[in-house]
Design a protein around this ligand. Structure first.
Ligand SMILES: [Zn+2]
Length: 297
């Protein structure tokens, strides 16, 4: 939902950028997937051959096309060869939610933890944000071996899920109080990695202030109205990396981890609706009654 432009017109519009499903028909020249295979793709279609793709930043492919109409019975995926990854047999319907999560929210949380935050074994990580990406960044940081994972959340259901995904500490305070709490836990030094998964000015400032000198601060929430002052950033000595996650790079590994049941991101879907009720899914997420809705065609 985070990538979706806010639709203000009166007409219904197809939306959605996360998807998985069976290949029904192949376009001309598509060679890497076959009809009948179960596939997962990134929210950013990519050729997987250009210079950006070759260095592993497929979400900035020179031929990138953002998928924007995935909440439909059928979806045309451009650059299918470079975008889709076929799973080994995935006919077990119980695996579909976890595979669907790989298409963006898990891939984005993984990018934050693995690459942009450089979470290492024994490290202390802070996750700012308790949406689906923040929660799966928590799961990802745990997979990287973080020893202490501090998640900022005020919502009891999300706090519980964060703990199930590997959070060791939950901080309900925000702003100055939240910063003070994290500095207290990290002996005034700040955390090795601070994963910013919200994208507001407040959350970005908060994240910067609790990242230790030389630490890493990914920002994977699409920024809205964020302005960062040069001098505090200069004197922070931190590594910043943000952007649309190169999910395509991680998909083969994530699909393996999911199908071998080493990770299970599916609990972020706490509402399942038929596709016709898509609007109710958005309403529930907007009112924070649901973390993430799964739509069934
Ligand atoms: Zn490319």
């Amino acid at each position: 939902m985070s990538h979706e432009p806010r639709h203000t017109g009166g007409e219904p519009t197809r939306m959605g950028h996360e998807y998985c499903g069976y290949v029904e028909e192949l376009g001309e020249g598509v060679a890497s997937v076959k009809a009948g295979q179960f596939v997962v793709g990134s929210f950013a279609a990519s050729d997987n051959t250009c210079p950006a793709c070759r260095i592993g930043y497929q979400s900035s492919c020179v031929h990138r096309e953002f998928i924007s109409q995935a909440q439909s019975p059928y979806l045309r995926v451009p650059h299918a060869d470079g975008t889709l990854v076929a799973t080994r047999e995935a006919r077990d319907a119980s695996m579909v939610p976890a595979l669907l999560a790989s298409s963006d929210v898990l891939g984005t949380g993984w990018y934050a933890a693995a690459d942009a935050a450089k979470v290492e074994a024994g490290a202390t990580a802070v996750v700012v944000g308790d949406g689906a990406v923040g929660l799966l960044a928590t799961l990802s940081a745990k997979q990287m071996g973080a020893e202490r994972i501090i998640v900022m959340s005020r919502n009891p259901a999300r706090q519980k899920l964060a703990r199930n995904f590997g959070a060791t500490d939950i901080i309900a305070e925000r702003g100055e109080d939240g910063v003070a709490k994290i500095l207290e836990i990290t002996r005034g030094f700040g955390a090795d990695s601070v994963l910013e998964c919200v994208g507001t000015s407040e959350s970005m400032q908060q994240a910067m202030r609790v990242t230790r000198k030389g630490g890493h601060m990914p920002f994977v929430g699409v920024p809205h109205g964020v302005e960062i002052e040069g001098q505090p950033l200069f004197f922070s000595d931190i590594h910043l990396e943000g952007g649309p996650a190169p999910v395509r790079r991680y998909l083969p590994n994530l699909i393996d981890l999911v199908l071998s049941q080493k990770i299970d991101p599916s609990p972020v879907f706490d509402l399942v609706l038929p596709l016709e009720q898509v609007a109710n899914g958005y309403k529930a997420m907007d009112q924070r009654r649901a973390i993430k809705a799964l739509l069934q065609p």
